[in-house]
Write a new protein. Structure first.
Length: 109
């Protein structure tokens, strides 16, 4: 490579660098951009309802009770079905008539 081309390249690069360094910068946009829009209201006192709307289901707990009959015997009929709610004193089943009479006789003696 000839020295004249090398000198010309160095002068060209130096000229471009000087032009870039001395040229005025583009004017900057100095207007601030808003971060958030804010509004204010007057303070007031009020009641708020305490309602909660939540989906779900309610499952009743199981209450089991052991049964003991006063007499052994054969059940003739059931008066309730499994998982049916019952009241205190409500009949649940019926023993055969001859066994009931024998139990009553034993109880009377």
């Amino acid at each position: 490579m000839k020295p004249i081309y090398l000198i010309a390249a160095v002068i060209l690069v130096a000229g471009l660098g000087a032009w870039y360094a001395l040229s005025p910068a583009a004017p900057a946009d100095n207007t601030p951009t808003p971060v958030a829009t804010v509004s204010t209201v007057a303070v007031r006192s009020q009641s708020l309802p305490r309602l909660i709307d939540a989906p779900g289901s309610i499952i009743a707990g199981t209450a089991e009770q052991s049964l003991a009959l006063k007499a052994a015997g054969v059940l003739v009929s059931y008066q309730v079905v499994p998982n049916e709610a019952v009241q205190q004193g409500q009949g649940l089943a019926q023993l055969g008539p001859d066994l009931v009479e024998a139990a009553n006789l034993a109880k009377a003696q």
